[in-house]
Ligand binder design. Sequence first.
Ligand code: TYD
Ligand code: MG
Length: 455
Amino acid sequence: MAKARTRTVFFCQQCGGEQSRWLGRCPDCGTWNSLVEAQVERNPAPAALPALPKAEPQSLPTITADRFERITVEYDEFNRVLGGGIVPGSLVLIGGEPGVGKSTLLAQVSGALVQKIGKVLYISGEESVQQIKLRADRLGIREADLYLLAETSLDDALAAMESLQPRAVVVDSIQTMYLESLESAAGSVSQVRECAVRLQRWAKARHVPIFLVGHVTKEGAIAGPRVLEHIVDCVLYLEGERFQSYRLLRSTKNRFGSTHEIGVFEMQGDGLVEVLNPSAAFLAERSETATGSAVTVTMEGTRPILVEIQALTSPSAYGMARRTANGIDMNRLHLLTAVLTKRVGLDLGAQDIFVNVVGGLKIGEPAADLAIALAVASSFRDLALDHEMVYLGEVGLGGELRSTGQIERRLLEASKLGFSRALIPAAIKRDRINVEGMRLIAAADLASAIELFAD
Ligand code: TYD
Ligand code: MG
């Protein structure tokens, strides 16, 4: 029996695909040299768990949509990212760089969960219970129903879960857990995968949510096993610059909601504090006079957020112009630089260009194009932009300004924060937009937008 417990398979570290033999190139995603050997359990059904009831086909109208009664905690920013709360029985992976605040976030969420649903078990393979207690003290968490366990053996952890019967479980981190029955080391693909599968089965059978902490590699993916992302229901990333206090919680996979929502927190002396008005926070330190700064409104899910975009141009030293983009896509910066050069006639060829999104937000949508291009032009020509104006619009390859979606919601948010003017693409029908206290100025292309500020 002992012999037949495991079998050897090969996992692609890129896409998580499973192969029965080693290949130089993953047949699923085409990556070279990405397959690693792993041991998986041959007969994984653990006898200790009750079998899940067999599913029967159901007619569509008979299915009630409120199947996911969700648990909400007092952190709205956290609930929102999960799609409105925690779904019982779900397995949620929280990734992030070391020190970003994953353990802090989950300790706070655990405390809040105890108040809501009762017993929570926090299993740590990284810290002793005394260390966790110290953090909890600092965070002001005193709940008696929060149980701590320092454990790296998953079998023992599962046994503890069975005997305690908690209403929610945290496993910090999945890379430190191991199963005795597998020969490979903790953190290896097979260990991480099997541990996650076991935990998922337990979560579903007991209808209890489990949060997994996952470390990320230098490239930013959850360490080693991409396979994890296939197993869990939600993947959340906690992001933030090491020397900035803002932390963004973002979901990249969510079986129970949209993946566009973000939660904004600030790391303070006593833990993560929700930032309920991120626009105001991101604009708090804005200089009113500097050139090379433009404010835009970006949509993060359903939420409009105002951000300041800063640009700096300076003559390059070695004839090799450098471009640095922080918070925007580098290709977008190259494109906008080319448009500014070719369509507007700015001689940016010998300029180093640095662009930064203040506050650490990453902008993925082209609506910020106009603000980025104007910030660059403003720095290059030493042109002061209007500081009570927000800039919205996509820039096309011809230099034309294209309209962006949800313009009214963006303008409303800008108006709330005291902005009184907006520069928008002429393609947008201005008479259809009615935002009190907001004057709309239209420009057809980037060149005429820049002309507005030239003296
Ligand atoms: P931690 O949650 O341990 O990070 P992770 O689990 O992602 O590795 O948080 C680590 C950092 O957060 C650490 O550098 C100290 C800081 N911190 C605060 O600033 N305030 C606090 O209240 C706590 C608990 C941590
Ligand atoms: Mg930690």
